[in-house]
Design a protein around this ligand. Structure first.
Ligand SMILES: [Zn+2]
Ligand SMILES: [Zn+2]
Ligand SMILES: [Zn+2]
Length: 150
């Protein structure tokens, strides 16, 4: 009779997760490289109201190290951090063209018939680390100082 596995799903899949050191205002954590990870981290740790995108919203500065005097609506910050500081790039696997945003890649697949069914690859800047998922209860991996966000 086969043994039932009830362990950590992430571990069973041998999942790796990509993270980047957060350089927002002397933050010492790492943050996942997907938009939802960055958005959640900015909101929970740095008090950024990421749902604020309407016209009346005050612009706030990006506090990422070396990002001076760059002001934008809070809701646009996760996207800005991804493309500017994590250097997220979308690559069309059909024609190798590079895009800085997912929506630009999506538009490309709509506009260029040859790439209609193209799949993307996503790359990041040098600061991104790939680690094994070792999320303890509460989402913290102590030895790697990583916050894993489910
Ligand atoms: Zn942070
Ligand atoms: Zn910035
Ligand atoms: Zn293409």
């Amino acid at each position: 009779m086969p043994q039932e596995h009830t362990g950590d799903l992430l571990h069973e899949n041998g999942a790796k997760v990509k993270v980047h050191p957060c350089k927002w205002d002397n933050c010492t954590m790492h943050v996942g490289v997907e938009h939802r990870h960055v958005a959640k981290h900015l909101q929970q740790r740095h008090g950024v109201n990421i749902s604020a995108t309407n016209e009346e919203t005050h612009r706030i500065p990006c506090l990422w190290v070396d990002c001076f005097d760059f002001q934008m609506k809070p809701g646009n910050l996760p996207r800005h951090v991804l493309s500017t500081h994590l250097e997220e790039r979308w690559i069309c696997l059909t024609c190798s063209e590079l895009f800085s945003r997912e929506d630009a890649f999506r538009r490309h697949t709509q506009e260029k018939p040859a790439c209609q069914y193209a799949r993307p690859a996503v790359s990041y800047g040098d600061g991104v680390l790939e680690i094994d998922t070792q999320c303890f209860d509460g989402g913290r991996s102590i030895d790697q100082n990583v916050i894993c966000i489910p």
